[in-house]
Design a protein around this ligand. Structure first.
Ligand code: F6R
Length: 600
């Protein structure tokens, strides 16, 4: 979490840094700060608790400055406060940090900093003090940064200014994302490319252990004391992708982008009636799928597809659990990790664990060049484009879609799905974006449901098998942006205790797509209705004979079950969005959250 940015060049640095921070605010928004050299070559550090708008208010955006760094924080060590905000300064060193210095308590006792009195509660100040002491000893910043790498444990992306050095920014990276933006007689440093997209599409990806020296005309990157040659890459999305374009929130814009994202992802992996760019998974007899949050929910959906259509053993785990439990992997197993950001700490750690055992790994990622994308043996990209809203929508759908195509191909490769059925399913994929457009063309249904239930204290979600996996995402979406307590249950499980929480008018939202078990779920919904629940049912099946089980019915297009599960979530995203809006929540930046979770 946390976003960092740096600029050196002919432009006024302060507005460039603030622009960048506003784009990076999704990474954290507890406090923000900026450090820059002014016209008189004085170092200024200004920071404030709260969102970037507060910092912006106290800055003079017209002030002359050609070098600066900025930070937006998601607090890990030390509560949100001005003292704990970045940039931190110790002696000759001023820096911003994304990541966690895990051994910071131990380092506070290191002889290098024994006489230094720490003023903040952060791990970052410790890194700053260590680098400052090394620099005072060496009078050589490159050497000092190299030496600091041996002392600092954990993760860091650092952007650094050195006192009286008006010509350079310094950067150092380990396990937290960092890129250098390449301009014309000006250069940038940022946590991700959209932060600098207004100015340049060209960038250099930094690798683990890289140290960069950035001037306005030159970029030098060292790794293990050697100068390394870096490729200049070009970002494939343009500025529009990072803007709201008239939508009230990024979340709504991203919900509405789903037809396009679905089309792009399909185009990448299905050409007419053939699969392209996809690996052969038939050689594996077991797949472990590991991810966090919404990405984990797409893994749960995939489990049903792979089991049902490929007859394969699938084990889905939350990454923070998987990395610490006993795993029974052998060479016939594949690990699939799923991550929008490609930087989620626990997912990355799980990947590394399995990579170390020389077992095949495949990453499904959105952010090109992210750590997970680079470290997995094989990577498949979803084509979602930058996702700014903290609550994922389009990346979730694209992940689910790609997993569905992967299961579909595996089933065809195993000759479980025959040619005729294959064609019918491909037609469903090709029509999927139209079905989604159809849902989006009438958001009134979701708005009126939201009006009915937005004041509820608890909202429950029910589903069986794949529908349970779908409602888990619906429930997460709702609670993270509306702050309403919500839980998702396999519909048969509610009566084993939690049904005690169903009261008069408690909303219960159920998804029913699987014909074979529809009647079971319907009975479970009736059990909640008997206790006064207000029932909303989303179903692709004919519910004419079961009118008494719902107060509100949303009809879903009935298509092949490899494709259909991508439809209900669009409604659930919209319902959550409107509930959050009616409750006046900060939809794109919900409290306590951050987009990219780079800590354990
Ligand atoms: C919820 C959400 C999170 C992420 C999770 C994993 O809306 O966005 O639950 O899905 O933090 O993030 P990635 O996919 O970046 O690994």
């Amino acid at each position: 979490m946390c976003g960092i940015i740096g600029y050196i060049g002919k432009k006024k640095a302060i507005p460039v840094i603030i622009d960048g921070l506003e784009t990076l605010e999704y990474r954290g928004y507890d406090s923000s700060g900026i450090a820059y050299y002014n016209k008189k070559k004085e170092l200024k550090i200004i920071k404030e608790q709260g969102k970037i708008a507060i910092l912006k208010n106290i800055l003079n955006l017209n002030e002359e400055s050609n070098l600066g760094i900025g930070h937006t924080r998601w607090a890990t060590h030390g509560q949100p406060s001005r003292i704990n905000s970045h940039p931190h300064n110790v002696g000759n060193i001023t820096l911003v940090h994304n990541g966690i210095i895990e051994n910071y308590e131990e380092l506070k006792k290191h002889p290098l900093v024994k006489n230094y009195k720490f003023i903040s509660k952060t791990d970052t100040e410790v890194a700053c003090a260590i680098i400052n002491s090394l620099y005072n000893e060496n009078q050589d910043i490159l050497k000092s940064l190299e030496e600091s790498q041996k002392l600092l444990m954990g993760s860091y992306a650092l952007a650094i200014i050195v006192n009286n050095d008006f010509e350079h920014l310094y950067v150092m990276k380990k396990d937290s994302p960092l890129i250098i933006g390449v301009g014309n007689k000006e250069n940038y440093v940022a946590s991700d490319v959209p932060a600098i997209l207004k100015y340049t599409k060209k960038y250099i990806l930094l690798n683990e252990g890289d140290i960069g020296i950035v001037s306005n005309k030159n970029i030098k990157v060292y790794n293990q004391k050697k100068l390394v040659k870096k490729k200049i890459l070009e970002f494939e999305w343009d500025l529009e992708a990072g803007m709201k374009n008239g939508y009230e929130h990024f979340m709504l814009k991203e919900i509405f982008e789903q037809p396009k994202v679905i089309e792009q992802t399909i185009k990448e992996y299905i050409n007419d009636y053939d699969f392209i760019n996809l690996p052969d998974l038939t050689k594996y007899n077991r797949i472990d799928i590991v991810a966090c949050g919404s990405a984990y929910h797409t893994g749960l959906i995939a489990k049903y597809w792979f089991e049902e259509y490929c007859n394969m053993e699938i084990n889905v785990d939350i990454a923070s659990e998987y990395r610490y439990k006993k795993n029974f992997l052998d060479k016939k197993c594949l690990l699939i990790v799923i991550s929008q950001s490609g930087e989620t700490a626990d997912t990355l750690a799980s990947l590394r664990l399995v990579n170390d055992k020389k077992i095949d790994t495949l990453a499904i990622v959105n952010v090109v060049g992210s750590s997970i994308a680079r470290e997995a043996k094989n990577v498949l990209y979803i084509k979602a484009g930058p996702e700014i809203s903290v609550a994922t929508t389009k990346a979730y759908s694209a992940q689910a879609l790609l997993l569905s195509i992967l299961a579909f191909k595996t089933s065809v490769d195993k000759k479980i799905i025959n040619i005729k059925e294959k064609e019918q399913i491909i037609n469903d994929y090709h029509n999927l974006s139209l079905y989604i457009q159809d849902i989006l063309s009438n958001t009134k249904i979701c708005e009126s449901i939201a009006k009915k239930i937005f004041k509820a204290n608890d909202i429950f979600f029910l589903g069986r098998k794949i529908d349970y996996a779908i409602v888990m995402e619906g429930s997460l979406k709702l609670k993270e942006i509306s702050y309403i307590h919500s839980e998702a249950y396999p519909s048969g499980e509610l009566k084993h205790g939690s049904i005690a929480l169903i009261n008069k008018n408690t909303p219960v939202i159920s998804v029913i797509t699987d014909e074979n078990i529809a009647l079971k779920t319907i009975s479970n919904i009736k059990e909640t209705k008997a206790r006064g629940a207000y029932s909303i049912v989303l179903s692709s099946l004919n519910m004419d004979n079961n009118k008494e089980c719902y107060d509100y019915l949303i009809k879903i297009e009935h298509i092949h079950s490899l494709v259909e599960p991508i439809l209900p979530i669009i409604y659930l995203q919209l319902i959550s969005y409107y509930i959050a809006k009616l409750n006046k929540r900060d939809i794109d930046k919900p409290k306590n959250l951050a987009k990219s979770v780079t800590v354990e």
